[in-house]
Ligand binder design. Structure first.
Ligand SMILES: C[S@@+](CC[C@H](N)C(=O)[O-])C[C@H]1O[C@@H](n2cnc3c(N)ncnc32)[C@H](O)[C@@H]1O
Length: 282
């Protein structure tokens, strides 16, 4: 079988098993197994493959058919043009979250932020990107999961920002020393408990602790919005990723606190509400 044929066969198997983006995944898989860039696959699509390569490929196709995310096979995910190691202990960073990171970078540059806190850091996608793209800024990355923190540390090292990030194992603010930050950013778990079992097979393979936002999906927003003011400098920013249908509820939680001003939201590339930003004003 040549490269073109194996991609076609792999894609058909994925498609009939209801896997999304079958052709892309079938191509990414052979790229990964051959350890070659996309360009090589395009130029050499008539190249015959060894039996062993074919066997490995179809073993991986079987894993994908069972709902394993491709990133759990390749252990790679690009985010903010940086490479991140991922496995089953962390949420695979989403492109949607780049909107949040870009907004925080803009704010940080305008206010010359010196200290940023990333709550619920997971793979470190947000913390590492901020450390990479903002000069003269210390980042604190916090997560309840020690395994996630190990991965975040590895990603900081691989992206050469380990000296700019402090890692803290903590249940939200529980173990965090009382310090003041210019910006607190978070992409917390925000899926309603009941919805999780209806999500795609590959999302269900991600750590439940990274998804479960409680009965109404708002548990983490409640805590973060209530307690952030103690950790924010005056006129410091709280920047949150939200689910597409959570804008009204999250803004209501912010307004209930009577401490924040100038709240705004932004949409993602698909037109869905994706972030809410507010300012500690009182
Ligand atoms: C939605 S993931 C976000 C990961 C990463 N920030 C990103 O955007 O890709 C949420 C993260 O929150 C962490 N988490 C869950 N409960 C937590 C808690 N009580 N305190 C701190 N972190 C928590 C999970 O371990 C997970 O890494």
């Amino acid at each position: 079988m040549n490269i073109r044929q194996i991609i076609e066969k792999g894609a058909i198997e994925l498609k009939i098993n209801g896997i999304e983006m079958p052709k892309t995944k079938a191509r990414m898989l052979i790229q990964f197994i051959l350890n070659k860039p996309r360009q090589y696959i395009i130029v050499n699509d008539q190249k015959n493959l060894e039996k062993e390569t074919e066997e490995t490929y179809f073993k991986c196709i079987d894993m994908l058919k069972q709902g394993m995310p491709i990133e759990h096979i390749t252990h790679q995910k690009e985010f903010m043009k940086l490479n991140f190691y991922v496995d089953e202990n962390v949420l695979i960073p989403r492109q949607d979250t780049e909107i949040l990171v870009e907004e925080v970078i803009d704010i940080a540059k305008k206010m010359k932020a010196k200290k940023i806190l990333d709550l619920c850091t997971g793979s470190g996608a947000i913390a590492v990107s901020l450390a990479k793209y903002i000069d003269n800024c210390e980042v604190t990355a916090l997560d309840i999961s020690p395994k996630a923190l190990e991965i975040a540390k590895l990603n900081a090292k691989n992206n050469e920002v380990e000296n700019k990030i402090t890692f803290i194992e903590s249940d939200i603010f529980g173990n965090l020393p009382l310090e003041k930050y210019d910006i607190i950013v978070s992409n917390p778990p925000y899926i309603k408990k009941e919805i999780i079992k209806t999500l795609n097979k590959d999302v269900q393979r991600e750590p439940r602790i990274a998804l479960d936002g409680g009965d109404d999906g708002l548990d983490f927003y409640r805590k973060i919005i209530k307690e952030s003011y103690e950790y924010l400098k005056f006129k410091g920013y709280l920047c949150l990723e939200i689910g597409y249908d959570q804008k009204k509820d999250v803004i209501q939680l912010i307004n209930q606190e009577d401490k924040y001003i100038n709240t705004y939201s932004k949409k993602d590339l698909f037109g869905n509400d994706r972030i809410v930003v507010t300012l500690l004003g009182i």
